[in-house]
Design a binder for this molecule. Structure first.
Ligand SMILES: Nc1ncnc2c1ncn2[C@@H]1O[C@H](COP(=O)(O)OP(=O)(O)O)[C@@H](O)[C@H]1O
Ligand SMILES: [Mg+2]
Length: 250
C-alpha cells in the first residue's frame, strides 16, 4: 500500500472508559479507502468498543474521528449511516418474518404518489433489492421470500444490500462468518470482495485468521485497548497472524 492511498476513515487518540475500565487507550487508526481492513484482538481487547464508536452507537470519551479527511461526529447509528457508515452486527438486525425487500428498505421505504396519497412503492423496492443482490452475486428471484427462509450467507447478503441501499462508503462487519459453515463462509467472503470491487471500504472484525489472510488488505491488532500492530496483510499467513494477536508482537 502506498502512503498516498486515500484514507476513508481515521481515528486519532480515541479513548473510551467505562467507569474505571479503559476499553480504548488512545487509538490511532487509518482505514484506507476501497480496501478491506481487519481488526483483530483477543476477547476484551476493545474491538466491539471501537466498532460502537465508529458506528455511532457510542461516543468516545476522547479523541477524534474523521471521514474522508473531515472531522466527523456520529451521534447515533442512523447519523453514521446517513454519513456513509453502515454496520452489520452479528445478529444482522433483520426482521425474520419480513420479506427481503422489506428488510432492505426498512426505515427508508420508497413511496409513490397516487393523487394526494403516498403509498409504498413495493414494485420499485423489490426491483432494487433484486438488483443489489445481483450486484453481490446472490441471484434470488422472489423478493417476497421471508428472510427466515434464507441461509446464513444469504441473510448476510440482505444485510449488505441494506447498506447498498444507503450507498454506504464504509461497511463494518462484526464476525460475519462466526456462525457459518464452509460453504456459507465462502459466500460471505465473496460478498466482502464484491463490496471492495465497488470501491467501498470494509472494516472486518474477525477471530478467523484464515478469513483475514484470505480477504483483508490490512490488519490492525488491538491488545488491552491499545493498537499494537497495524500493517499490510501481504506476506502473512494465518499462523503468523494468530501469533501476533496472541503476543501483540510483530
Ligand atoms: N458496556 C460496558 N460496560 C463496562 N465495561 C465494558 C463495556 N463494554 C466493554 N467493556 C469492557 O471494555 C473492555 C473491551 O471490551 P470489548 O470492546 O467488548 O472487547 P472485544 O470486543 O475486543 O472483546 C473489556 O474489558 C470489557 O469488559
Ligand atoms: Mg467483542
Amino acid at each position: 500500500m502506498t502512503a498516498a492511498h486515500a484514507i476513508a476513515l481515521s481515528l486519532r487518540q480515541v479513548r473510551k472508559s467505562y467507569g474505571a475500565v479503559e476499553a480504548l487507550k488512545g487509538v490511532d487508526l487509518d482505514v484506507p479507502a476501497g480496501r478491506v481492513m481487519a481488526i483483530c484482538g483477543d476477547n476484551g481487547a476493545g474491538k466491539s468498543t471501537l466498532i460502537r464508536i465508529i458506528s455511532g452507537a457510542q461516543e468516545p470519551s476522547g479523541g477524534e474521528l474523521s471521514l474522508g479527511g473531515k472531522r466527523a461526529i456520529f451521534r447515533s447509528p442512523h447519523d453514521a449511516l446517513v454519513q456513509g457508515i453502515a454496520t452489520i452486527y452479528q445478529d444482522l438486525a433483520l426482521a425474520p418474518r419480513l420479506s427481503i425487500w422489506e428488510n432492505v428498505f426498512m426505515g427508508a421505504e420508497l413511496v409513490r404518489r397516487i393523487g394526494p396519497l403516498r403509498v409504498l412503492d413495493k414494485r420499485r423496492m423489490a426491483e432494487q433489492a433484486r438488483g443489489y443482490l445481483q450486484r453481490l452475486s446472490v441471484p434470488i428471484d422472489d423478493m417476497d421470500r421471508p428472510v427466515e427462509r434464507m441461509s446464513g450467507g444469504q441473510r448476510q447478503a440482505v444485510a449488505i444490500a441494506r447498506a447498498l441501499r444507503w450507498d454506504a462508503r464504509v461497511v463494518i462487519m462484526d464476525e460475519p462468518t462466526a456462525a457459518l459453515g464452509v460453504k456459507e463462509t465462502a459466500l460471505v467472503l465473496n460478498l466482502v470482495r464484491k463490496l471492495r470491487e465497488e470501491g467501498r471500504t470494509v472494516i472486518l472484525i474477525s477471530h478467523n485468521m484464515a478469513d483475514v489472510v484470505a480477504l483483508a488488505d490490512r490488519v490492525a491488532i488491538l491488545k488491552s485497548g491499545v493498537k499494537v500492530i497495524e500493517r499490510d496483510v501481504a506476506g502473512l499467513d494465518a499462523d503468523a497472524l494468530a501469533h501476533m494477536v496472541m503476543t501483540g508482537k510483530a
